[in-house]
Design a protein around this ligand. Structure first.
Ligand code: ATP
Length: 347
């Protein structure tokens, strides 16, 4: 079993608390993405799991073994870090073979595993080259291939696809997902790219300010964000938030009235742009359209609800023009009710 338990791990750098008692359990063979904006503590957490950084308090348990005090190489994991350099004096082949050589794997098997990993990462034509003659993206793929070649039970990755162009990034993402799933590798993957996290992960831990705001499947964090931050970070466009006041268990938006889950409170009402539809007769929530952007698969409408910025997604054939006021219908069950005082969702 290669499950990972992160138990109340905290980390301070001097007076600055980079991690505030983070707990997370990753199942054997599970893929968990750590997602969050720059500086939220994702890399620090990954480095602590790897043993490259020491936590101020808390424990890391891998496969039932407390590894908190162990050196990185004693933890039985492979890692790919953003700036994890490849060895400049070794060819691509020898770079990828490195971990296998350390394990004293036989020559035939080394070649087989290196060829497999190199083919997967589309670097098989560079096996004889030295890293200096590779692009940044190619070097990054060598680092990923080196980690995959040893078929680790646990794999830690920090933005391993960051140097690739959009198309290659998508392709690598798909292949990485397939190969890790097939191998049953327990994976923790750091990214600030929500599309990557949504596409790859079984569950996403959304981090903000040294904490995990929410852990859930991609659908859970998208459809039922636990905090205002998660709603605004996940989704494209991000969730809209309209400030409203619940009074006597009702809210009013324009001429529309909706039942609220609380009697009296300041609410940030979360509305996904793709959960609103243009009403046929202009009824519903008034939306002042300022800009219409045809995106091919849909129209992106930017405008205002009650003077507050909102983005709405409609079918590409919708007839709507900038400067128009339209009406939106929404399914109340799809709304997210955030208590404005705490920033947390009202259950
Ligand atoms: P990014 O996506 O930019 O890499 P991140 O979420 O991975 O961000 P971390 O690298 O974990 O963020 O850093 C978290 C916070 O801790 C940041 O504010 C950073 O400045 C701080 N920090 C990280 N390492 C150190 C260090 N060695 N000394 C002091 N502060 C540090």
């Amino acid at each position: 079993m290669a499950d990972i338990v992160i138990d109340r791990v905290a980390k301070s750098f001097g007076d600055f608390q980079a991690l505030k008692e983070v707990s997370l359990s990753v199942g054997d063979g599970e893929f968990v993405a750590l997602l969050g904006p720059s500086g939220c503590g994702k890399t620090t957490l990954l480095r602590i799991i790897a043993g490259l950084e020491t936590q101020s308090s808390g424990r890391v348990v891998i496969g039932g073994r407390d590894v908190s005090g162990l050196a990185p190489r004693e933890r039985g994991l492979a890692m790919v870090f953003q700036n994890y350099a490849v060895f400049p004096h070794m060819t691509v082949f020898e770079n990828i073979a490195f971990g296998l050589r350390m394990q004293k794997v036989g020559q035939v098997e080394v070649k087989r595993q290196v060829d497999r990993a190199a083919a997967l990462l589309h670097i098989d034509q560079y096996l004889d080259r030295y890293p200096a003659k590779l692009s940044g993206g190619q070097r990054q793929r060598v680092a990923v291939a080196r980690a995959l070649a040893v078929q680790p039970a646990v794999l830690l990755m920090d933005e391993p696809l960051s140097n690739l162009d959009a198309l290659l990034r998508l392709e690598m993402r798909t292949e990485l997902k397939a190969v890790l799933r097939e191998a049953g590798t327990t994976t923790i993957y750091v990214t600030h790219d929500q599309t990557e996290a949504m596409g790859l992960a079984d569950r996403i831990a959304v981090m903000y300010g040294g904490r995990i705001d929410q852990i859930g499947t991609p659908l859970e964090v998208y459809a039922t964000p636990a905090t205002r931050f998660v709603g605004g970070f996940i989704g494209n466009p991000p969730m809209n938030f309209i400030k409203v006041k619940a009074s006597g268990g009702q809210i009013r938006v324009g001429s529309a009235s909706l039942p609220a889950p609380v009697r009296d409170a300041e609410i940030d009402l979360g509305l996904r742009g793709e959960d609103a539809a243009l009403s046929a007769d202009g009824s519903g929530i008034p939306f002042d359209v300022r800009v219409v952007e045809p995106m091919g698969s849909h129209l992106l409408l930017t405008g205002a609800i009650e003077g507050q910025l909102a983005r709405i997604v409609t079918p590409p054939t919708a007839r709507v023009q900038a400067g128009e006021r339209v009406g939106l219908t929404v399914d109340p069950s799809r709304l997210t009710w955030i208590d404005a005082a705490t920033g947390r969702a009202i259950a």
